[in-house]
Design a protein around this ligand. Sequence first.
Ligand code: AMP
Length: 302
Amino acid sequence: MSLLVVGSVAFDAIETPFGKVDRTLGGAATYFSVAASFFTQVNLVGVVGDDFTKKDEAIFKGRRIDIRGLERAEGKTFFWAGRYGIDPNDRITLATELNVFSSFQPRLPELFRKSRHIFLANIDPTLQKSVLEQVHGEPHLVGLDTMNYWIEKTPTELREILRHTHVLMINDAETRMLANEHNLLRAARHIFSLGPRTLVIKRGEHGALMVHKDWVFAVPALPLEEVHDPTGAGDSFGGGFMGYLASVPSVTDTALRRAMVYGSVMGSFAVERFGLERLRKVTRRDINARARHFAALTQFRL
Ligand code: AMP
């Protein structure tokens, strides 16, 4: 089984109360692929500029990540800068320089077109749609992320791609904005009427909530002593979540709940160090140990 992801590969500048980096490899598709590659083969589609070197590419090497869909364009790689306060959920975007991303037209290598599991990371809904159009046959599972910008600026295009989405993974503010409803359960019900059958609400240090037609499931964020950089937590969550689901024969309710835990496990690693520093050193053993830690954290008797 393989998992197709399309999204940003970027250089990030990050400031948190624990330090600052001027330029580190990041991007939604990067965090997602690294996290998902522990569970399944990942096929990455994105674009980088001529400033993206062999050294940068090394993050994908030795992992189950096929980068034949990573286009190299003339110009600079997408650049994002952000600052966090003491509350890790409190993020200010200081700069978004699209660079080569502004003229990006995803092109799926022939080999990727048979993908059955697809994750459309946060990019223009029109591009998300063009990826789905290039896939042959009916996918098993389509996961999607988006942000306030697309909810406000391209509501029609977003609604169109939502019709083809199974799992929508967004944060609580985005859920409220998309549904125009403050109550998350009522918002979820509205979102189901747009297409998705499962909504995963990422709540940063408050964990994640999964709303399904007939049930709700919650996983807390792992209490950690070291939270150095929240960047990429959501995408690493997505990678663990989708990667796990791509590795099992079918998307049952039990599998969805486990996927929530594996997503949370990968998100918890991502935040422990700056950029991809911690995630790149994670082992399968670390993942299993942390999943058991989540089980212990949430176990109780009635
Ligand atoms: P997360 O912290 O999981 O929400 O995602 C952080 C990553 O998203 C960073 O590495 C950024 O490079 C990337 N990013 C930030 N803004 C955008 C955007 N507008 N489009 C695509 N990717 C973005």
